[in-house]
Design a protein around this ligand. Structure first.
Ligand SMILES: [Fe+2]
Length: 328
């Protein structure tokens, strides 16, 4: 062991030293104590053996980009201890040149033992966000006893639809975006909380005025989301709220410009709203409502196909049919 390197091992934080190929050169006593890995068992192996599979891929990409550029990098890793338990840590990796060789010195801070503030893992943040959005969506439509099943089906179908879309379009959508649309799809009708019950659940035909009142629900929904985002001012929710607003506001627009509330046409309608609109119509048709019986799957698909290029973008109807047939 190079003498200069041995100084790093005296630090009171867990330290790992690798070469530029990410092969483990050494770890210190603190590292052994926290992780349970003995230095003699891991020296010479790739640092990748410590991975848990739970650190987002982009974290490693950002790390490699910085290190290849000879820049230091900091981020959060979720690694596995020897006993298979998870270890959440903040690591700073610094490239250090000694003699003719370059080494990476990784210094870990264990996030499980921080004494001030709270560390919340990315996975847990996503879970909390989903739960909050779900509670919000359900409480806005609490008057409809079957709403929970409808909303969960919309989420499941939206996910299948987007995966099929992505497979057919060279994976142009990121996993993060897909998840945001799936999470936000549950919110599409929150504006119905502002519509009187007598109109919302009226069996039979609606009058012109009753229909006009129902058609305000996308804008009421946006209003609710604006109030939430003003209150929250939270970076964590910012992206989720943008996607949710788009779905809430535009899910009743139609491809031919005859929808509401803005009569947008074609691809003026945001993509995520076009997706949720098809899913929502399919699920509404195949579910029994106060004013109508449930349609069969075939009848609903038939209706969507008749609406190719009318209410919906033709290519999206085809992909939705493909997605739903694949899962049948
Ligand atoms: Fe709606």
């Amino acid at each position: 062991m190079n003498e200069a390197l041995s100084y790093f091992l005296k630090l009171d934080d867990a330290v790992i030293i690798t070469d530029t190929e990410h092969r483990i050169i050494d770890v210190n006593a603190k590292y052994e104590e926290i992780t349970g890995h003995r230095r003699n068992d891991i020296i010479g192996f790739q640092a990748g053996i410590l991975k848990s599979g739970l650190t987002p891929k982009r974290t490693y990409e950002q790390m490699k980009e910085a290190l290849n550029d000879s820049r230091a990098w900091s981020g959060v890793f979720v690694n596995r201890k020897r006993n298979k338990g998870l270890w959440h840590s903040n690591i700073t990796i610094t490239p250090i040149e000694i003699g003719q060789s370059l080494f990476f010195i990784g210094i870990f801070r264990d996030l499980g033992t921080i004494t001030e503030g709270t560390y919340v893992s990315e996975k847990r943040i996503t879970k909390i966000q989903n739960e909050i959005l779900k509670v919000l969506a359900l409480s806005c439509e609490i008057r409809d006893p079957f709403i929970e099943e409808h909303l969960l089906r919309v989420q499941t179908l939206t996910k299948k639809f987007l995966k099929t879309f992505n497979a057919a379009n060279e994976m142009m959508l990121t996993e993060d975006y897909i998840q945001q649309v799936v999470n936000a799809s549950i919110m599409h009708d929150i504006g119905k909380s502002g519509i009187p019950e007598g109109i919302l659940y009226k069996p039979g035909k609606l009058t012109y005025y009753e229909r006009s009142i129902i058609e305000t629900h996308p804008l009421i929904g946006v209003d609710i989301l604006n109030k939430i985002s003003n209150e929250l001012e939270d970076e964590l929710f910012r992206q989720e709220i943008i996607v949710s607003k788009s779905i809430v506001e535009f899910h009743h627009e139609k491809w031919d410009g005859t929808g509401y509330p803005h009569q947008l046409k074609g691809d003026e309608i945001p993509f995520e709203a076009q997706v949720v609109s098809i899913v929502d119509v399919y699920d509404a048709l195949t579910t029994r409502r106060a004013y109508k019986d449930a349609w069969t799957h075939e009848q609903a698909i038939d209706h969507l196909q008749q609406q190719r290029g009318v209410a919906f973008k033709a290519e999206l109807v085809d992909l939705f049919v493909e997605a739903i047939d694949a899962s049948a």
